[in-house]
Design a protein around this ligand. Structure first.
Ligand code: NAD
Ligand code: TYD
Length: 368
């Protein structure tokens, strides 16, 4: 039985990971620490809150004392560190919080783990694991024919977000090398799935279609990302926690490279198809293009490019595949259809997360 601390567990990947973990490891203790920024939402954890082994703690990873006492009091043996500022566009308009949360926050968490886990005489480091979730963006940008990123690709981060994640990866590595803290790192590609905040490309486009807004495509739409279903990501982390080597880095991808324009067209087809199959959707979403006989792709609009926009990311997950038997199992079309369906069926969720007052209310109601 494991006792997990999941930081950022009220965010997109964190909440999906919590659901995934509870379904597969129902006897484990799982404590979520989350400060509930605009991206964190207790509604994402409603199902988990019914589980007897689950606890939510409203707090900040930069509060070293809080983390240390949680690790001791709950006798937690694993940290899955997901808490971060995560949106590239926000890092361009306001980088300070990215440096503070992603770098200082990760450092604070490392210090807490070191004190709680390593400073007792006779401690067996094998019992513990600090797993840090990072991104492929630390490797920089690829040309059209370059080989995909491996774990030994030199770091070359281009946005303030990527730079802050790169710095946090280095700190995690240094704490393992210098102090023997049992760490591992995963660098994954772009995730998609339920509960993703509607500022990232896929949920933004789904919601915009449903409310009759344009689909903003940066630049020429030919930037390429390797899209990974969030459940495949959770399985990759599970494998690393279970059998991954301490001090090692593992890339997690899906071998699913898509140019943004192709991806958005695929998403449009998915929404068109669902509206054709379910005519009642036209009454629920009268502003959506199919409700007035138009195709969703007509909503595509090219807009000014993101400054410093990385051209292409591609992940080589061979290490995870060969050492730990990983493969991504979600076919992209199926994953996209199920994600669109989730947003159609969870209108209350996306309307609420876009409403500041609702989030404040939830925090007052349930935050600790
Ligand atoms: P998200 O923005 O949806 O969620 C982040 C969560 O962290 C939120 O719940 C937020 O409230 C919480 N948080 C932020 N600052 C905090 C703090 N100081 N203390 C405690 N909690 C805090 O992000 P996500 O998309 O779920 O990403 C999770 C992790 O995965 C991040 O580390 C991100 O860098 C990494 N990642 C994400 C993607 C992706 O495609 N989404 C890809 C690669 C890596
Ligand atoms: P995003 O979801 O922000 O993830 P990341 O920047 O971490 O890759 O963006 C994915 C891709 O989509 C990226 O190339 C930027 C592009 N994009 C748009 O074209 N329009 C948008 O409105 C957004 C949010 C992103």
């Amino acid at each position: 039985m494991s006792r997990l601390l999941v930081t950022g567990g009220a965010g997109f990947i964190g909440s999906n990971f919590v659901h995934y973990w509870i379904a597969r490891h129902p006897d484990d203790r799982i404590v979520v620490l989350d400060s509930l920024t605009y991206a964190g939402n207790l509604a994402n954890l409603e199902a988990a809150a019914q589980h007897p082994g689950f606890r939510f703690v409203h707090g900040d990873i930069r509060d070293q004392g809080l983390v240390e006492s949680l690790l001791r009091e709950e006798e937690l043996d694993s940290i899955i560190h997901l808490a971060a500022e995560s949106h590239v566009d926000r890092s361009i308009s306001g980088p300070d919080i990215f440096v503070d949360v992603n770098i200082n926050g990760t450092h604070s968490l490392l210090k807490a783990a070191r004190r709680a886990w390593m400073e007792n005489p006779g401690t067996d480091p094998e019992r513990y694991r600090f797993h840090h979730v990072s991104t492929d963006e630390v490797y920089g940008s690829l040309g059209p024919t370059d080989a995909a990123f491996t774990e030994s690709t030199p770091y070359s981060p281009n946005s303030p977000y990527a730079a802050s994640k790169a710095a946090s990866d280095h700190l995690v590595r240094a704490y393992q090398h210098t102090y023997g803290l049992p760490t591992s790192i995963s660098n994954c590609s772009n995730n998609y799935g339920p509960y993703q905040f509607p500022e990232k490309l896929i949920p933004l486009c789904i919601v915009n279609l449903l409310v009759g807004k344009a689909l903003p495509i940066y630049g020429d739409g030919q930037n390429v990302r390797d899209w990974l279903h969030v459940d495949d990501h959770s399985r990759g982390i599970e494998l690393i926690l279970d059998r991954g080597r301490v001090g090692e880095t593992y890339n997690i991808g899906s071998r699913n490279e898509q140019a943004n324009l192709d991806l958005v067209r695929q998403l449009c087809r998915s929404v068109d198809k669902l509206f054709a199959e379910r005519p009642e959707l036209c009454d629920r979403f009268p502003e959506a293009p199919p409700a007035s006989g138009r195709q969703c792709k007509e909503a595509i609009e090219f807009v000014t490019d993101r400054p410093g926009h990385d051209r292409r990311y591609a992940i080589d997950s061979s290490r995870l595949e060969d050492e730990l038997g990983y493969s991504s199992t979600t076919d992209f079309e199926t994953g996209m259809d199920s994600t669109v369906l989730w947003f159609l069926e969870n209108e209350a969720w996306w309307r609420a997360v876009m409403d500041e007052s609702y989030r404040e209310w939830m925090t007052d109601q349930y935050g600790q």
